[in-house]
Design a protein around this ligand. Structure first.
Ligand code: 3HC
Length: 712
């Protein structure tokens, strides 16, 4: 067994060094090892005080998240957290000064351990936080009771409901830390122990009194937070449990408040919401692990980039590179198009400055990294080119052929196509090993998803480089296969097909959007399309029709094409599925005209419109996603169900706390999903065909994630 906490004495101070790579996560064995090390220091006559410090790159990043899966009942959860509470009480009751010395991160249980120490010192670059809510749980080792005592309720509420870590200087100001040092943390911590030991000082966080005035202000802050969460949490429950627990800290003695925290924590750990969020935590990290691409695959360094095409996508992609500090050439065919692209970029940055998200200095520095050009000059020194020209195969092929002539042989050639065959582009370039899809989502500088499309001849180095580059650009890169629409848009076509058909059957645009927003999406399908532009979808449909193809099997609703013909492209034209206050405006009202168009379209297909329940809307749409997702998986275009979940959460705002479409299907139960597909087939026609994988999993009694699971 490796030593989890090293014990060394220097100058009558015991250094307790936590050593559980990579992030010193608190396993049960580590909790015990900390307990034993502190007890040893207390009993050691050669020691006057102790420093708890982390080995490696961080202090303690929290409890080991995998442990929560082993807790199956409320009793087990309560037992575990009671044991942790008792352990932290022993730390706090230590009779010699105990200092937590923080570098890297003190997160979750890591901050809770630090708050049970008598004093806290950190290096200036460190961060502390209670991110449990992002995992659907609440701080369960006294964090909701100790943090308000140190920082006051308002800061504790913000940290525990938002989950965002705060910097060491901010934590010092908030009273969470006692001291911040620029460098030598160890020496600083030893000095702090020595001064406290000399004067016999010990401060127990639990003993800090909350005055009646502070409690009253804290309770008001709790109410305010609950009201704000009403809309911001989009159906997630954990943030509310956090507020309840902090409220208990303000109204109950420490031990009673801690008991309340344990109960709330147990309910959260067992919730489907938390299982979903924990699943995503690991799925997000797994996406960068590709079975046939070893970890040590060489990765090209990206020092300079180029983007071809300065339309909405090209401009957003150039901004993404500039934001990450990478100089980028932005090429267009003529000055006018280039100027339009640069104007979009300037407008976006200026709006960030106006919102206080960027300083004017940063704007100047960032925009200077983008060099507009109408020629290929300088392309011979870039490491990656992203092609973002109009979605037309001939144009793209010609561009790839040109690019191969003006770039170095090892330069990565990426296409931002959302639909076209990357193999064809690879052939056109004559350099297929370097050709890959980098499919960004609109707005490219904001959306975190990057679909990395691996074509037949794409080299392993090109995939590995793209994954590393995605991280550097602040994106979550998911490797997918080269099928039509790749994974995100292929599944979206089924999502949209159902939205249109539900409208024809009698649902209304506001009702369908509302049902999906209540389910947890930030925006419904029609609202989303009004933002993206109805013209985009229609042009793709027209292009496909010219090839004799459709995006999704089944009837193609004519309603969106009628809106297109009326020039109703969405927000940008002031009308689409909704009416807007002005072109580009956001204030929208429902438009009775849509119902008239839908009624006529339904009549043409022999469908009589009638009322539809919200629950049926959600069932139809999520079933379509799961069924098509199963096909994508079986055909090997996504490596794992988790990859699809990550794509949907980051690309289309599928509610995180439901885990993504595949995880959600498991929680509903695949037998239910399959029964629905069969029922829809009866009702609507053969285009509803169960995916073979879905049928097989149900026959084997399994879910997408192995063990079949159902929500409570
Ligand atoms: N438990 C288990 N594994 C963890 C972990 C944790 N708390 N934190 C990180 N890891 C693992 C990751 O899965 C990853 O494993 P892999 O290499 O096999 O994929 C590895 O550690 C490195 O993590 P990252 O890839 O995320 O590394 P980064 O350097 O990008 O980020 C980090 C480091 C900021 C610490 C980030 O990992 C993180 O945010 N971790 C989770 C922090 C957290 O949520 N803590 C709260 C846990 S719940 C809790 O403490 C309950 C308490 O109230 C009792």
């Amino acid at each position: 067994m490796p030593t989890l906490v090293h014990y060394d004495v220097t100058d009558r101070v015991a250094l307790l060094t936590v050593d559980n790579p990579p992030v010193n996560a608190l396993t049960p064995a580590l909790w015990n090892a900390i307990d034993e090390a502190v007890a040893r220091g207390v009993a050691d006559e050669a020691v006057d005080g102790m420093v708890l410090i982390g080995a490696g790159s961080t202090f303690i990043a929290g409890a080991d998240i995998k442990i929560f899966d082993t807790l199956r009942s409320r009793e087990q959860c309560l037992e575990r957290s009671a044991a942790n509470h008792a352990l932290l009480a022993r730390l706090e009751n230590a009779t010699k000064p105990l200092v937590a010395a923080i570098h890297g991160n003190a997160l979750g249980g890591g901050l809770e351990v630090a708050m049970a120490c008598h004093f806290r010192i950190a290096v200036v670059s460190a961060h502390v936080g209670q991110p449990e809510v992002l995992l659907g749980i609440i701080p369960g080792a006294g964090g909701t009771q100790r943090l308000p005592r140190l920082s006051g309720a308002a800061v504790a509420l913000e940290m525990c409901t938002g989950g965002k870590p705060v910097s060491a200087p901010d934590a010092l100001r908030a009273g969470i830390l006692d001291q911040v040092v620029d460098d030598d943390l160890r020496a600083g911590a030893i000095a702090l122990v020595n001064t406290r030991a000399a004067t016999g000082q010990i401060r127990r966080t639990r003993d800090i009194a909350i005055t009646p005035t502070e409690a009253a202000a804290g309770l008001a802050a709790c109410e305010k937070t609950r009201a704000a969460l009403g809309t911001a949490s989009r159906g997630s429950r954990a943030p509310f449990a956090v507020v309840d627990a902090i409220e208990a800290a303000l109204t109950l003695p420490f031990d009673a408040g801690s008991a309340r925290e344990r109960e709330l924590s147990a309910d959260c750990i067992l919730s489907t919401e938390s299982k979903a969020l924990r699943h995503l935590f690991f799925a997000e990290r797994e996406v960068s692990k590709i079975p046939d691409i070893p970890k040590d695959t060489p990765v090209a360094e990206i020092r300079r980039a180029a983007v071809v095409g300065a339309g909405t996508m090209g401009a957003g992609i150039a901004m993404t590179y500039a934001n990450a500090g990478i100089p980028v050439l932005l090429k267009e065919v003529d000055e006018a198009a280039l100027e339009r692209g640069m104007a979009t970029i300037r407008r976006n940055y200026e709006s960030s400055v106006a919102k206080g998200r960027m300083t004017p200095d940063a704007l100047a520095r960032t925009i200077a990294r983008i060099t507009p050009t109408t020629s290929y000059d300088g392309f011979d020194s870039v490491d990656v080119v992203v092609e973002a020209v109009f979605e037309n195969m001939d144009l793209k092929k010609a561009t790839f052929a040109e690019l191969a002539g003006v770039t170095r042989a090892e330069c990565l050639l990426a296409s931002n196509s959302s639909t076209l065959d990357i193999d064809e582009l690879a052939t056109a370039s004559g350099r297929p090993a370097q050709v890959i899809g980098h499919h960004y989502f609109s707005p490219a500088n904001v959306m975190k998803l990057l679909e990395i499309v691996r074509a037949r001849a794409t080299s392993k180095e090109a995939v590995a480089t793209s994954l590393t580059l995605a991280k550097r650009l602040g994106k979550v890169g998911v490797v997918v296969g080269n099928c039509f629409g790749f994974v995100a848009n292929r599944m979206l076509a089924y999502y949209m097909r159902e939205a249109y058909l539900l409208l024809e059957e009698g649902g209304t645009v506001p009702q369908i959007d509302r049902a999906l927003v209540e389910f947890g999406f930030p925006v419904g399908p029609f609202g989303m399309q009004d933002i993206a532009g109805i013209d985009v979808g229609t042009r793709i449909r027209q292009y496909l029709a010219s090839l004799g193809k459709t995006r999704a099997e089944g009837p193609q609703s004519e309603v969106p094409d009628e809106l297109f013909a009326l020039g109703r492209y969405g927000q940008k034209t002031g009308a689409g599925w909704y009416k807007y206050d002005a072109p580009g405006g956001r204030a929208r009202t429902p438009d009775p005209l849509i119902d008239e168009i839908a009624t006529r379209a339904a009549a043409r297909r022999g469908v009589t419109r009638g009322p539809i329940e919200d629950a049926d809307i959600v069932a139809r749409i999520t079933t379509a996603l799961a069924n098509e997702g199963a096909r994508v998986l079986e055909e090997g275009y996504a490596l794992r169900p988790g990859d699809i979940d990550v794509i949907y959460v980051y690309g289309f705002g599928f509610p995180r706390w439901r885990g993504g479409p595949m995880f959600y299907a498991d929680t509903v139960g695949l037998p239910v999903i399959l029964a629905r597909v069969r029922e829809y087939r009866e009702r609507f026609g053969d285009y509803w065909r169960p995916a073979p994988l879905l049928e097989r999993l149900v026959a084997e009694g399994r879910g997408f994630y192995g063990q079949a699971q159902r929500s409570a």
